[in-house]
Design a protein around this ligand. Structure first.
Ligand code: UD1
Ligand code: CA
Length: 460
């Protein structure tokens, strides 16, 4: 269900598209359904339907195992009405798990247990005890047997005291669900079609109703406001940080880590505070990440050190644009690695150095204030402070090739396409627009001259 408005978000963006850990709320729910091997995922949209449908279609991979379809609920007349819209696309032999697009942190394990309770022939409700159950549907029981869910606004004073509430999640055989949905009415305090009314129909039909009670509130917590969104973001991040630490990763402060994608770490990885990982990132054995780094779509090999305030922004994971940092490389502080940066073993990239679509072979160094774009850099090259590759002529990009053991002085401009031959040296301040031969000293700047006894102009 993803048709609700989300008024309290006070945002133009439909509620279910707000991001948690870099993914839309509703995407978390869909991804969890995928883990359950659902054969079909049906999203009920309403408010902002075109935007919600487009976003989900774009982010659900082509190779996904389930059929994705959308049904619209316009206007929104309640949760029962919402699920009624899906009836034409639900197959009679199926088991339906009803989820909310704004409840992102339900674990797949919990849903698997709920499905096991349902067993294809029961109505299974996910429930939880809340010290303050205000606003939730109460689970009304006689003895142990569930009799009904009564909504807050329809409850008697005695029912309001019940602390066991309905989470909004159920598993139910499709065939029975359809017959009960057909019997819903809106004769209640809110004039809505309540999905929760199907419980009393099941009881009347003698169909078994079971409750699967959990204790972890985050798993059923919904997002209605920016405050709740931030709370769940922290709950999510805490979960990720604990998993990493259980694998042996050392985090200076688990409360100051943000993983917005998939982070995998080998043994003895250390991550300092305020780092953000996006997309797919892998860190090899013994990698150290300094404070305040932002790292996206990169694989960083064993022993590399990423010093503080480094920004790594690889392109699509697994593509040639993903960033690679070789074993033992030293990057930063304040370095910037852009799509297609491929750094070999023991490469050094220092402060205020930007690398884009360039390959640096083993031991190459660019330690200060430099730009390498569309360059192929050989082993042991030393690339001086302030030097740049002029890779763009205003229309096309061209490559710069710097062969092994070259020294580029400070403040050089290498006008691509250009090749600097192996072992060559380029004098500081040179603008090199023609190929430079191997082993030569190449100087391309005006010759120094001095005017003896130069008199500065005097004020009249
Ligand atoms: C519902 C349950 C309540 C339960 C609570 C848990 C009903 C009648 N009540 O409450 O027992 O304790 O969830 O959070 O089901 N939605 C639609 N279309 C609609 C109405 C809602 O798609 O017409 C979606 C909302 O966007 C949301 C979800 O359904 O994702 C739940 O709706 P919400 O209004 O939050 O739940 P309540 O009705 O208050
Ligand atoms: Ca409601």
């Amino acid at each position: 269900m993803a048709a609700g408005k989300g008024t309290r978000m006070k945002s133009k963006l439909p509620k279910v598209l707000h991001l948690l850990a870099g993914r839309a709320l509703v995407q978390h729910v869909i991804d969890t359904a995928a883990v359950l091997s659902a054969r079909q995922v049906t999203v009920i949209t309403g408010h902002g339907a075109p935007e919600v449908e487009a976003a989900i279609t774009a982010s659900t991979q082509a190779g996904s195992q389930f059929d994705l379809n959308f049904v619209r609920q316009e206007p929104q007349l309640g949760t029962g009405h919402a699920v009624q819209q899906a009836v034409p696309v639900l197959r009679d032999d199926g088991l339906v798990v009803v989820l909310s697009g704004d409840v992102p942190l339900t674990q797949a394990d919990t849903l698997t247990q709920l499905i096991t309770s349902c067993a294809g022939d029961k109505l299974a409700l996910l429930t939880i005890d809340f010290a303050n159950p205000t606003g939730y549907g109460r689970i009304v029981r006689t003895g142990d047997a569930v009799q009904a869910i009564v909504e807050q606004k329809d409850a008697t004073p005695a029912q309001l005291k019940i602390t066991e509430v309905y989470s909004g999640i159920m598993a139910v055989p499709a065939k029975q669900l359809k017959t009960w949905l057909a019997r819903l009415d809106n004769k209640n305090a809110q004039g809505e079609y309540y999905l929760t009314d199907i419980v009393k129909f099941a009881v009347a039909d003698g169909f078994p109703v079971v409750a699967h009670k959990i204790i972890d509130a985050a798993q059923v917590a919904g997002v209605n406001s920016p405050v709740q969104l931030a709370d769940l973001e922290r709950a999510y991040q805490k979960r990720v940080a604990l998993q990493l630490m259980e694998q042996g990763v050392r985090l200076t402060d688990p409360a100051r880590l943000d993983v917005r994608g998939k982070l995998s770490c080998a043994q003895d990885v250390f991550i300092d505070v305020n780092c953000v990982f996006e997309g797919v990132v892998s860190l090899g054995e013994g990698v150290k990440i300094g404070p305040n780094c932002v790292i996206k779509n990169a694989s960083i090999a064993a022993g590399a050190v990423i010093h503080p305030f480094t920004h790594i922004e690889g392109g699509e994971p697994g593509s040639k644009n993903a960033v690679e940092v070789g074993p033992g490389a030293l990057i930063g502080p304040f370095a910037r690695l852009r799509p297609g940066a491929k750094l070999g073993a023991e490469v050094h990239i220092g402060n205020f150095v930007e690398v884009k679509n360039s390959t640096l072979a083993k031991g190459a160094k660019a330690n200060h204030l430099a730009y390498l774009g569309d360059a192929t850099v050989g082993e042991r090259v030393n690339y001086g402070a302030g030097s740049i590759t002029a890779n763009y002529d205003g229309a096309n990009k061209h490559r710069t090739i710097i062969e092994a053991d070259v020294h580029i002085g400070s403040n050089c401009v290498l006008v691509a396409p250009v090749t600097i031959g192996a072992g060559g040296t380029v004098g500081g301040g040179s603008t090199v627009s023609k190929d430079a031969p191997p082993l030569a000293l190449t100087v391309a700047r005006a010759r120094q001259m001095s005017v003896a006894n130069w008199k500065r102009p005097a004020k009249k």
